[in-house]
Design a protein around this ligand. Sequence first.
Ligand code: NAD
Ligand code: ZN
Length: 360
Amino acid sequence: MIPNYKNLRVVPYLIFGRGAHKQLGDVLAKRRSADASRVVFMIDDVFKGRSWIDELPVESNDEVIYVNCDHEPKTVYVDELTRRVQQSSDIKPDALVAIGGGSTMDLVKAVSLMLNNEGSSADYQGWDLVPNPGVYKIGIPTLAGTGAEVSRTTVLTGPVRKLGINSDFTPFDQIILDPDMIADAPTDQRFFTAMDSYSHASESLNGTFINEFSRAFAEKSQDMVREAFLGDLPRGVADEKLMVASYFGGLSIAYSQVGVCHALSYGLSYVLGTRHGVGNCIVFDQLEDYYGDDVREFRQMLQKHDIQLPRGVTAGVTDEQMDKMVSVALSLDPLWENALGPNWREHMTPERARELYRRM
Ligand code: NAD
Ligand code: ZN
């Protein structure tokens, strides 16, 4: 018997290809109830006014809600959006559609669950606490890298903790991976989010939880990010690679775990509000001791694309903030155990973590 086995639930339906978002109408047609059908489109408000929004298959009872992602998702915002969906119509939605980056996808995954479960989304932060399946949901990413399109979690900051709602009901029912949706993403944001999948792969490959399933997806994911940023591909082709790399990176960590970079990055973002993608990059740059070759390759990619990493982000933090950062990071046992083995505390002491943070 395999100890602590994982029975991996994946997204059952996927459409991939440039222009694929145009299939949304077909997909929804199969979900719409015959009499009163309602679909709620939840779209990152950065896209307000884009011409493709007018072409979405929005019907008479449907609703378009623009979600704000200036900050990464909070449980209070999920609860607010859930109330809005509940109160704006008596018709229960047949489907929710998420169009945006990892933040929008996580918001919609959480709202879908909360429409069919009592209380606040904060009550379900943790592992397998959700009793009922959510409303049918479709994810259409507009940035590639987080793997949120395929994962069984939605990362939320709650009143007490930043922790995902991890459950078999969390993954999307359908995803549409359309590389054209990232075509206009700003250079820096596209890079930072893509590096999320590069670090997912690196932390998976260099971790003690690695296995052939995770290795296969991680290696291919890294190859594709490498080709996208170190090759000389046209942007559209590079975007196709990044979209698949994100999905593969997500699948890789779903059956292994992330490591040092993500643990320290969570601490940084908890205390300073640093966004996930850029936070990972700031941390990864300091991890030559753990992910040597990958860190050097990451720097080549930074340089080739002339991306400036924020420097000195921890320069002004108080001792109290530093202690909090360290304690948040060191509370993530599974990440450290994957990275450094069961005796990780002997190596990753609070002093060592503090020293790494001070360099950032
Ligand atoms: P994001 O969704 O937070 O978006 C970053 C910024 O880019 C926002 O200002 C957004 O409005 C903007 N944006 C998004 N798409 C754009 C586009 N095509 N053009 C222009 N601007 C665009 O970024 P992300 O890196 O995709 O997601 C990060 C979030 O994902 C974090 O909240 C993180 O916790 C979460 N995450 C979730 C998982 C998971 O498995 N659920 C995994 C990793 C990260
Ligand atoms: Zn990540």
